[in-house]
Design a protein around this ligand. Sequence first.
Ligand SMILES: [Zn+2]
Length: 202
Amino acid sequence: MGWAVIKQNSFSFLGGHPTLDFINTVVDQDKDRGCSSIAQWERFLEWVSASGMFTDVQIKAFHQIVSSAEQEQLLKVIHKLREKEYAVLSDIAMNGFQPNKPLLELESKIKEAIGRASLSAAPEGYQWQPDMAQKLWIEDAFLFSFEQLLRSQELKKLKECGRCSWLFLDKGRGRGRRWCDMSTCGNRAKLATFRNRAREEG
Ligand SMILES: [Zn+2]
């Protein structure tokens, strides 16, 4: 049984930030990002509840979206946003804090989202609260999490897995972490090295 099968049944939250876990909702074992684990609305709702990105009020509002046309449209918007966020952060993981083309488009989206939002008090301080009377509030909520990560000191620790496209904050010391997860990509990499060595020696 491949690990993709395991990951399809349970989400992983090893990114170190809700936005990274959002970007990691693909099960591809390589750099392709074609296989989404939040492609169905029910699966997406499961992820929303487990993600830590949303308030209880927001999670409740997600469950009130019952029209399948609206669900489908939202899934499209969310997937498109996810891939744009991936492009920005993958670039940062590779090149550091440089001018970042994909970020320009998201920057204007963030500005629009803040224009619709209000600041509300939260246990950690003040946070942008999307205007939930607006249809776009879900995208706005994702954008605020992304914006918070962009301004976070933690972003210096951003890395992309050496095998798949998952992103994570490397909080370790020393040589640093190369794989999203030792039990999946790390093991696969070890196995590949072992096979190559065996081939060379054999
Ligand atoms: Zn990986």
